[in-house]
Design a protein around this ligand. Structure first.
Ligand code: IVH
Length: 704
């Protein structure tokens, strides 16, 4: 035997061992998932195992064997329900994880059909609902059977249960003699949450996710249970038909809508790969705000005669593919816990993580909320995460839901290092060493240093220039931090003397590293532009505890002008009498906010700082709200090509709706509208966690 043979033998052995291990994990997962509606591994991990097994089999076809688990189709029907044989096999879909996989899919179809690259090939792109498939058979317009997929050939008869679901018509006028509709049963996220809360209260089974709750609610022998659970149904195809529904997939879905079924509003006909990519990212951005879980998009050749020509492989059609979204959860190691000090002195623990991709975004930090959260208890002292605390060195599961900031959803105690210790939350401010106190009943520990704490002062300055406060172009967090460190800016009024002190003299701004004549004069101009400021922005910018944007707006509207407001707060300082009563009667203002305002204005140091800044400004009344548009007051960036309107029209529309359009993406950007071909700007937006939408969604927004 020569050397290379020995090498390939050992590779084959390694591959065989790995494959056996993967098979075992897949079998176990299939059993847990399909047999008990209770998954034991994450979907993404399951998909990864399958892809890995397929890769190995491709390279070592000799490892294929009859008793290996089917890598395309799940577990056989379980006991308890009558079995139904599907007249037309229920197939599965091939997965694409990257756009390149979709390109290959399209190229394969063109090759198969002998179509040139310039021929337009239409695809119907639909969200892939993460539920379970259900085949509904209608004979002469009457629902005669409902069957789960089972192993693809034989499923379970759940007809009685299906009849209790409002989205499923029991009879259809003008249906073909035989009509088999296939679609997805799902449970909305809100209903899932409510169900789990109720189950937890009554000591019933708590489901891991909406899909398992839907499966567990459909596959019960008591129809009353199915009826009481809120299940939805959206069709995505058909099985046996006595006559064609339409010449295209899109037409067939419309026909099903006429028959009384729901249609997914995020379905679109795409005429190019660019269209597919754009729709994919448009739907992916909506993903967390949808009422139901989706795990990707399904692309189907729209023309049905072409579908017919393409045909099916043993377990999946050649004319469709599912383009998966990246998982919204991921496991990684907690490298450290850092304590940040906010502008109100709150000590916020932040998790430093080994970077990991969660839902398409690389995450290296996550919020840990407060010390109770780290200890594993909620505000009422009840255990969270099964009572496990979070320790440095732990394996943690990250979850990115609707909000941009990821959370830690679970800890793996099995992987905890043996020498790990519970995290000790500091009792002194890590920045100024003042005592950090936690009042009774409060979840937050705060630094008591006030304006003597440099961290609090710096954070207050950053807040002062932030987007909804003074919003000074060219003066972001980084610049404020540097100016603060060099003693150029110690309080807000110093911003307005920056030009007097640093236009020339011994320390001119233009000569600082990273600055030049142009950028310095732009900054001075931007600062001058903010001397006139609406009262609500100023009030919000001051960063008084409990005075957010809404409260600032309410106070500004109520008192009309700064002088009136200031004297009213002074007059309310005895916490009684007509001025105090007026203050607490302003809508949304209670004694906590009123107390915070009065205390701030009575504090000598605070009052001096406020006086210094107010003396430099021309404070205007709050402007009337210009528009009810969801983009009013937001900063938008357009990138990539647009089809429904030109870039200038898009800009004009945005401005009409009260939005500001900017040419580059920064932390001040609220929304990026990305068309096909968008490159670095979209990437940057995603890195910054800024919402990115496609043109379709944009058009929807401006029409609102
Ligand atoms: S088309 C030949 N369209 O995903 C199979 N499937 O992984 C055609 N699914 O079994 C399926 N949303 O249960 C299709 N818009 C959609 C779908 C969808 C969810 C499910 C379906 C299928 C599974 C394949």
């Amino acid at each position: 035997m020569n050397e290379s043979n020995i090498e390939s033998l050992s590779e084959l052995e390694k591959a065989s061992a790995e494959l056996e291990e993967i098979y075992q994990r897949i079998r176990k997962a299939d059993k847990a998932y399909h047999g008990r509606d209770d998954p034991d591994i994450a979907d993404a991990e399951y998909d990864r195992l399958k892809s890995r097994a397929k890769e190995i089999l491709k390279r070592f076809p000799e490892l294929r064997s009859a008793d290996s688990p089917n890598l395309n189709i799940g577990w056989p029907a379980r006991e308890g329900f009558a079995k139904v044989a599907h007249a037309v096999k229920m197939l599965s879909l091939e997965n694409a994880f990257k756009l390149e996989d979709v390109e290959k899919f399209d190229a394969g179809i063109r090759r198969f059909l002998g179509l040139g690259n310039d021929r337009v090939l239409e695809y119907l792109a639909e969200p892939k609902i993460d539920g379970l498939s259900l085949a509904l058979r209608y004979e002469n317009g009457k629902l005669v059977s409902a069957a789960t997929r089972g192993d693809g050939s034989i499923g379970e008869d759940v007809t009685a249960n299906a009849r209790t679901i409002p989205d499923i018509p029991r009879s259809i006028d003008s249906a073909p003699e035989v009509l088999e509709v296939r679609g997805e049963i799902y449970m909305g996220r809100g209903d899932f949450q409510k169900l789990n809360e109720a189950q937890a209260k009554s000591g019933g089974k708590v489901f891991a996710n909406p899909r398992n709750a839907a499966a567990g609610s459909l596959r019960v022998l008591d129809t009353a249970i199915t009826r009481s659970r809120k299940l939805g149904y959206i069709p995505h195809g058909w099985g046996e038909l006595s006559e064609q529904l339409a010449p295209t997939a899109a037409g067939a879905m419309e026909k099903l809508e006429e028959f009384g079924f729901k249609k997914n509003p995020n379905t679109r006909i795409c005429r190019s790969l660019g269209d597919l990519a754009e729709h994919y990212s448009a739907v992916e951005t909506m993903r967390s705000s949808l009422e139901y879980d989706i795990d990707g998009m399904v692309y189907k050749v729209n023309d049905l005669p072409l579908q017919e020509r393409l045909g099916v492989r043993s377990t999946s059609p050649r004319w469709a593919i599912s383009h998966k979204f990246s998982a919204e959860t991921a496991w990684t190691r907690l490298e450290g816990i850092e304590i940040q000090v906010g502008r109100t002195g709150a000590l916020s623990p932040v998790a430093r993580l080994n970077p990991v991709n969660v839902g398409g975004v690389v995450v290296s930090n996550a919020t840990l909320h407060n010390e109770d959260y780290i200890a594993g208890v909620d505000a009422n002292g009840q255990p969270i995460r099964d009572g496990y605390d979070i320790r440095v060195g732990d394996w943690v599961e990250l979850y990115r839901g609707g909000d941009v900031i990821p959370k830690i959803s679970a800890v793996d105690p099995g992987k905890r290092p043996s020498d790990s210790k519970p995290f000790e939350f500091p009792e002194h401010c890590p920045k100024c060493n003042s005592r950090a106190v936690r009042p009774d009943g409060d979840a937050v520990r705060r630094c008591s240093g006030g304006l003597a704490c440099p961290a609090q002062v710096a954070e207050r300055l950053k807040h002062f220039v932030s987007k909804n406060a003074f919003d000074i172009e060219g003066l972001g967090d980084k610049q404020v931090e540097q100016f603060f460190e060099d003693d150029w800016i110690r309080q807000p009024s110093d911003i307005f003397t920056l030009e007097d002190n640093h236009a020339g003299g011994s320390e001119p701004l233009a000569e600082r590293e990273g600055w030049g004549e142009k950028s310095a004069s732009n900054l001075f101009q931007a600062i001058r532009d903010r001397v006139r400021i609406p009262m609500n922005r100023l009030l919000f910018a001051l960063g008084i505890r409990h005075v957010g944007e809404t409260v600032a707006a309410r106070l500004s509207r109520h008192y009309g002008g700064w002088t009136e407001f200031e004297s009213a707060i002074d007059a309310a300082s005895d916490r009684e009498g007509s001025e105090w009563n007026e203050l607490v009667s302003v809508e949304g203002i209670g004694s906590v906010i009123a107390e915070s305002l009065v205390a701030t204005f009575q504090n000598e140091r605070e009052r001096t700082i406020i006086g210094n800044i107010v003396g430099r400004l021309e404070i205007e009344p709050m402007p009337e709200v210009a528009s009810e548009s969801p983009i009013a007051g937001k900063t938008l960036v357009f990138t990539g090509t647009m089809e429904a309107m030109t870039r200038s029209e898009a800009k004009a529309r945005a401005e009409e709706a009260g939005a500001k359009v900017s040419g580059s993406v920064s932390s001040k950007t609220d929304l990026v509208v990305a068309g096909p071909g968008s490159g670095s700007k979209e990437k940057k937006a995603r890195e910054l966690g800024i919402k990115v939408i496609g043109e379709l969604e944009w058009v929807g927004l401006v029409q609102k």
